[in-house]
Design a protein around this ligand. Structure first.
Ligand code: ATP
Length: 355
């Protein structure tokens, strides 16, 4: 397995790119640690597949270099990069048996039959297809075929990395959960470098040690699920992670306080905005306190979502969402307060530190 370095990667699909808008990847500079389990998360069109294809060698970047373990592989083919890939849809040999499909990548590399057998049986158990080993792959359901694809990605233990591009899209929800936990276990056991592309935050947050969030061709934050939730570094991360997403309101900084409309909130520190007064204040719906004290708020709707309630309201003339436990009492004249530690201040969409 290898450390993967993305060194100033830019990519444009069209000829003669002029502005940033012409680039599907604007500037990606990042190192994926050897043995790390990463999720690459972002909305449709943000550049996830483009980046994955550049790592695997299916696509040459317009600018920049890819290094595996410090060695420049930018000009090397996918095969020479020694990477396993699992795509959204099954890529298998229909006329071969399930067993042979898994054995193929190993036999291709001259692995001894005894080792092939041991490894294939291990993976068959993991993907729950041991009883189907002798069946022809074409007789399997779409779900099972995708499991074979996954198995083929995992069967070799000499690859530099395993790349997954939304591999569980066609798998039914229960099996998704099972496969995800098995992948996590296998990763712990074998320690391969793993990059898992998804636009589904639940999938990313439950699976990865580190989540790489992409937005409009850029990496906007890399962090643990907790870091992304508690300290989104960009307003997009705040909005994209969490359900409902973070409340983001236009605000004005004055010393150690921030004003939203006619309300003034004390922060206890001066945000480092380089002199800019106009900022945005972000606070998660879960971190707003709703009770009898604090600033006025007018509640418009309460949605019961099981163990919690989402309260839709207007605060300082801004729409906000507040999440409370399902048994929380919501007074008719409810008021809200914001804990300064739960507040993020954004200037030009990026979270700012403290002076
Ligand atoms: P999705 O989740 O929908 O697969 P993504 O995050 O993987 O999206 P990409 O497929 O990498 O995004 O696309 C990034 C941008 O590049 C998009 O604007 C897309 O339209 C564009 N793009 C992707 N492939 C091509 C191509 N072959 N030719 C031209 N433009 C492309």
């Amino acid at each position: 397995m290898a450390r993967i370095t993305l060194d100033h990667i830019r990519h444009a699909y069209g000829p003669n790119p002029k502005t940033d808008k012409d680039y599907a990847l604007k500037e990606v500079d990042h190192e994926w640690t050897d043995g790390g389990a990463y999720a690459l998360l972002g909305p449709s069109g943000c550049g996830k597949t483009t980046l994955l294809n550049i790592i695997s060698g299916l696509l040459q970047p317009s600018h920049g270099r890819i290094l595996f373990g410090g060695q420049d592989v930018t000009m090397l083919s996918t095969q020479a990069r020694n990477i396993a890939q699992v795509f959204q849809f099954p890529v298998i040999y229909d006329t071969m048996t399930v067993y042979d499909n898994l054995a193929f990548p190993l036999r291709n590399r001259g692995v001894s039959e005894a080792d092939v057998d041991r490894r294939v049986r291990e993976i068959l158990e993991m993907i729950d297809l041991a009883d189907w080993a002798k069946r022809k792959a074409q007789r399997l359901t779409a779900d099972q075929k995708q499991k074979i694809s996954l198995g083929r990605g995992l069967v070799r233990n000499d690859v530099n990395a395993i790349l997954f591009d939304e591999p569980l899209t066609v798998i039914d929800p229960h099996m998704k959960w099972v496969l995800r936990s098995q992948l996590k276990r296998l990763h712990k056991q074998f320690g391969f470098t793993m990059v898992y592309v998804t636009h589904d935050q639940t999938e990313a947050l439950t699976f990865a040690e580190k989540v790489v969030v992409m937005y409009e061709g850029e990496i906007v934050q890399i962090g643990t699920p907790t870091e992304l939730f508690e300290r989104p570094s960009h307003t997009f991360v705040g909005y994209f992670i969490g359900s409902p997403g973070m409340n983001v309101m236009p605000a004005e900084v004055a010393g150690n306080t921030v004003k939203i409309g006619s309300e003034t909130i004390s922060l206890g520190y001066a945000p480092k905005t380089n002199g800019a007064a106009k900022v945005e204040l972000g606070i998660r719906p879960e971190f707003i306190r709703l009770g009898r004290e604090g600033m006025p708020v007018s509640i418009s709707k309460v949605e019961d979502i099981g163990r919690q309630k989402i309260v839709r309201a207007r605060f300082a003339d801004q729409p906000i969402a507040i999440v409370v436990p399902e048994d929380a009492e919501i007074p008719a004249d409810a008021r809200v307060s914001f804990d300064p530690d739960a507040i993020s201040i954004y200037a030009g969409s990026w979270r700012v530190g403290r002076e």
